[in-house]
Design a protein around this ligand. Structure first.
Ligand code: ZN
Length: 272
């Protein structure tokens, strides 16, 4: 998946699905991603929460964060669908440079209410994303989105009722993330070699899923893991998406853990 680079090396993908039954959990994750897209803080941590852009995001008045939602009719009643015209207008806006920030974020609220032609129109934006644009689809029902849309987005499942990880799974993830946070590449490599030698495909899939669950929880503020910076979390998340993709076409587990060993620790030069 194409990754975009912002400001000081923040890595964002160009499209996310934020899925959750909880509106509050969805909104928190959505604002985190949108904030990272527009944050102008000098540090590596984005969103920094302190810069002019972040303050505007918090106040809900940032001009480069554009929300699309179901319209209301003359009687103030919410319409059933997000129409194709609304998506076309959004795509038009995506071609225009940001007003204030370096990037621009589009949030589609209740994305599952996009009718089929609206979803098809959106596909165009996902196929040829303009630079610096991040699209976030917020939904309680990701299954109602076209498979072609889902396959082009990083899907963050922020359900609070997701099955809990076992202690063993959690321990594995904590170990892995510790190597990432300390940046000790040779130790990570050793650990990955060890893992690859003692697990099978099912175990690898489970490991990738467990890491995604925990990293998503950290990003959404549900899990404290203060050793890792946000951009490290995003790097890991983007990498794991690649691993999942590779696993889905039967890539060997040695290759997967090789990828994890080599790509988990950024070296300041974020790669595409
Ligand atoms: Zn900021």
């Amino acid at each position: 998946m194409e990754a975009l680079t912002f400001g000081t090396g923040k890595i964002l993908s160009h499209a996310y699905i934020v899925a959750s039954q909880s509106e509050a959990a969805r909104n928190q994750a959505v604002l985190e991603i949108a904030g990272a897209a527009v944050c102008s803080g000098a540090g590596a941590l984005k969103p920094c929460g302190l810069c002019r852009d972040c303050r505007k995001v918090k106040a809900g008045v940032h001009p480069d964060i554009i929300q699309v939602r179901r319209e209301t009719d003359d009687k103030g009643k919410q319409k059933r669908e997000i129409r194709v015209d609304q998506i076309r207008e959004m795509i038009g806006q995506a071609q225009i440079m940001p007003n204030e920030a370096d990037g621009k974020a589009f949030i589609v609220q209740e994305a599952e209410t996009m009718n089929p032609s609206a979803q098809n129109a959106l596909l165009k934006l996902l196929e040829e994303p303009p630079g610096g644009v991040v699209l976030i689809l917020s939904t309680a029902a990701p299954a109602m989105l076209l498979p072609t849309i889902r396959s082009r987005c990083i899907e963050l499942n922020v359900n609070q009722d997701a099955p809990a990880l076992s202690d063993e799974q959690r321990q594995e993830v904590v170990e892995y993330l510790k190597y990432v946070s300390t940046g000790r590449k040779s130790e990570l490599l050793r650990w990955c070699n060890e893992k690859a030698a003692h697990t099978d495909t099912a175990g690898t899939i489970e490991f990738v899923k467990s890491v995604k669950t925990i990293v998503t929880d950290v990003l959404c503020g549900r899990e404290p893991f203060c050793d890792l910076k946000r951009e490290q979390l995003w790097l890991v998340l983007t990498l794991l998406e690649r691993c999942e993709e590779a696993l889905s076409v039967n890539t060997g587990i040695k290759h997967i853990f090789g990828l994890i060993a080599v790509k988990s620790i950024g070296d300041g030069a974020p790669e595409k």
